[in-house]
Design a protein around this ligand. Structure first.
Ligand SMILES: [Cu+2]
Length: 263
């Protein structure tokens, strides 16, 4: 029986390592995504080695310490066990803290905080509302017009509650598709009208919660023209499954055309 367990555990471990060794990541379409993919792979390799070694050790010990007539008191002393446990705990803590700290730096890279201001970023305000996305561009003046919650009315054609008496709002563009130019820095400001949503574009490796009452900024550079999925990654209500939109990454010329046409 112990031998059977040894074989089954070893085979399961090898099969898991084989499947996790395949590439599961979607197409990469942003400049920052390469670092995130690298971090994913690093985590997978480090934790994969830990998984492989511990599972094989488990299989071996199941077999080695199988039930049989053993002399009492021949096991390791309690002192040895405590020392081994402390060592393992310290290694595990180092591993998790280490990978977390690298991850935190990567996460901070995607946080705008004035980072891209000097490079003329494309500004878009992302509005999440059960169960739709609205993308607002500031227009040629570069300023978003004022919004007022009491003016929000999708049936009146003003889902964001834009105050049309504000001159800055005159040239604002609202779109249900996110259009962005390729190879230019993008600053998104995330807003939520009702509950917490999560703006997720797998190909950009961008995922950030949109929280009511907060303006959350993220930053990235699309590197590949094409059409990609924008989904909500936070269970936000009954219609959560249909809360998706399209991201179209265009060359600069077509992007400028879109801005002109919709004005
Ligand atoms: Cu949602």
């Amino acid at each position: 029986m112990a031998l059977a367990l040894l074989i089954v555990l070893s085979l399961l471990t090898l099969a898991s390592c084989y499947f996790f060794g395949q590439s599961w990541l979607p197409l990469l379409a942003s400049a920052q995504g390469a670092n995130i993919d690298h971090q994913f792979k690093l985590d997978l390799i480090v934790l994969g080695i830990v998984f492989f070694v511990t599972q094989l050790a488990l299989a071996f010990f199941v077999w080695k310490y199988r039930e049989r007539n053993v002399r009492q008191g021949s096991g390791p002393s309690p002192d040895t066990t405590t020392r081994t446990e402390i060592t393992w705990l310290a290694i595990a803590a180092l591993l998790f803290l280490g990978t977390n700290m690298i991850g935190a730096t990567l996460w901070a890279d995607g946080d705008v905080a004035g980072k891209s201001a000097a490079r003329n970023p494309v500004q878009v305000e992302v509005n999440a509302v059960q169960f739709r996305w609205y993308f607002r561009y500031p227009g040629p003046d570069g300023k978003f017009g004022r919004t007022r919650p009491e003016l929000q009315d999708a049936s009146e054609g003003n889902p964001l509650g834009i105050d049309h008496t504000d001159p800055d709002s005159k040239d604002d563009i609202v779109s249900s598709t996110l259009l962005l130019p390729v190879d230019r820095d993008v600053d998104l400001t995330l807003k939520a009208q009702d509950v917490i949503h999560s703006f997720f574009v797998p190909t950009l490796r961008v995922k950030q919660d949109a929280v009511p009452g907060h303006l959350i900024t993220i930053h990235f550079t699309p590197t590949r023209p094409g059409e990609f999925d924008v989904v909500c990654a936070e269970l936000c209500g009954l219609g959560h499954y249909q809360m998706n939109a399209k991201l179209k990454v265009l060359d600069e010329e077509h992007f400028q055309e879109f801005l002109k046409q919709t004005r």
